[in-house]
Design a protein around this ligand. Structure first.
Ligand SMILES: [Fe+2]
Ligand SMILES: [Fe+2]
Length: 190
């Protein structure tokens, strides 16, 4: 436990968000490889929940710092918000399509393309600027705040223990999951 704590403290916000990105891509892979509709639905819902809480954490903890410290920070944030909106739009479509429907994999691929594009924008450009313009201590503090936000996130399905029924009861019906999650996360005190 001590090791885990000290590791957490040493990780800055870039490390935390980069690890999130990898986890989201791994979950997408798992969804693509799922051999039955129930598992596919469950992992897809988990991907959606992960992307939403990651996006909300970025919007709450990272965007204000980008606006303040980065040259053209306000424009970068505008661009990112647009891409988050595009991701939301694709996720809402994925949420509405049954996992055994032919369109499901098509939308999943669309989601992956948007996600990979957005991740490379962040990792190849913005994260380098964050480390260039923001003091290391502040970046570590932002990392801790993002971790905190994630620890208090609403219950979500786990790919290896299908419980999407419980999840939908907690968060709301399947329809509107993206919006409900966003609201829940954004209104919470972190
Ligand atoms: Fe983002
Ligand atoms: Fe991100």
């Amino acid at each position: 436990m001590t090791t885990e704590n000290s590791t957490t403290q040493e990780r800055d916000v870039v490390d935390v968000l980069t690890a999130d990105h990898q986890a989201m891509l791994d979950l997408l892979d798992e969804t693509k490889q799922a051999t039955n509709a129930e598992h596919r639905r469950d992992t897809a819902d988990t991907v959606i929940a992960e992307i939403v809480r990651h996006s909300v954490a970025e919007e709450m903890q990272v965007y204000p710092a980008m606006r303040q410290h980065l040259p053209n920070g306000a424009e970068e944030v505008e661009h990112d918000i647009e891409e988050h909106n595009e991701l939301d739009e694709v996720m809402k479509r994925l949420e509405d399509v049954p996992a055994d429907d032919g369109r499901f994999m098509q939308i999943l691929e669309e989601l992956e393309a948007h996600l990979r594009h957005h991740i490379s924008d962040e990792e190849d450009e913005q994260f380098l600027k964050l480390r260039e313009h923001i003091p290391a201590a502040q970046l570590r503090e932002m990392g801790e705040k993002v971790e905190q936000a994630k620890r208090t996130a609403p219950t979500r399905p786990h790919p290896n223990a299908p419980n999407s029924e419980l999840y939908h009861k907690t968060v709301g019906a399947g329809v509107g999951m993206v919006d409900r999650l966003r609201d829940k996360l954004a209104n919470r005190k972190t």
